[in-house]
Design a protein around this ligand. Structure first.
Ligand SMILES: [Ca+2]
Length: 243
């Protein structure tokens, strides 16, 4: 890593070779325009406090992160952190500044092109359990990042019919499959499928392991022109084979 000790004014007058080096550093998410060296964001902080870092957005643009400890208070009156973002283009100009709450103690925000439109979108982690977490999603648009909504589970993924799915672990043998739509930069929860194995009385044994999948929290099915039966038939996962 290297550090350029110069302000933005001097920066504009640098030679072509230096300029290319700076762009290369920006592409790697290593340096903040204006001089300060910035590391690429890790996925998780092992110990200590999170430090400022950068997420490459492509085309020489980077998303710079700055953490403000104990800046907010959540609904339980607990102090939580805040993260400030700056989108900086290849010329070193700030395109957008915005911020968000960051309730997760260890996880860093990360970028991923969730809607596959070629622009990286931003996930800001909130409450984290052993497996599941809540993330706040910011979709990148031509006008910058726009807050879209919250998602809960292991990770949000594209599913069939333009829906998005996030699977959360309810227990060792049960999962919740949360389905969303993402349109007009709004992530909207549509329905939940509860699936897994459970023990039930059966004929030849006292109890048997039985596969189940049922729609819950399905108030938005009407908007999707789906009945509960159609939803379960179309979106329930196949019964996995047991060893
Ligand atoms: Ca995208």
């Amino acid at each position: 890593m290297f550090v350029i000790e110069s302000g933005l004014g001097v920066w504009a007058g640098l030679g072509e070779f230096m300029f290319e080096m700076i762009i290369a550093a920006l592409l790697g998410g290593l340096m903040q325009p204006g001089g300060e060296a910035t590391d690429a964001c890790p996925y998780m902080q092992d110990d200590g406090e999170r430090e400022g870092c950068a997420l490459p957005l492509g085309d020489g643009r980077v998303l710079l992160l700055h953490f403000v400890l104990d800046a907010e208070e959540n609904e339980w009156g607990e102090a939580t952190d805040r993260v400030e973002f700056r989108v900086v283009n290849a010329a070193g100009a700030v395109e957008q500044s915005f911020g968000d709450v960051l309730e997760s103690e260890r996880a860093y925000p990360h970028v991923e092109d969730i809607d596959q439109d070629g622009d990286l979108d931003l996930f800001v982690p909130q409450m984290m359990g052993m497996v599941n977490s809540t993330d706040r999603l910011w979709v990148q648009t031509p006008d910058g990042f726009v807050y879209a909504g919250e998602t809960f589970g292991i990770s949000l993924n594209r599913a069939q019919d333009g829906l998005y799915e996030n699977v959360s672990r309810a227990s060792a043998s049960e999962r919740y499959h949360e389905f969303y739509t993402l349109a007009d930069n709004q992530l909207i929860h549509r329905f939940t499928l509860h699936a897994g194995f459970r023990m039930e009385p059966c004929e030849d044994k006292a109890r048997c392991m039985v596969w189940f999948c049922r729609a819950e929290d399905a108030g938005s099915l009407v908007d999707l022109s789906l009945t509960v039966a159609e939803t379960e038939a179309r979106y329930c996962p196949a019964e996995p084979e047991l060893d």
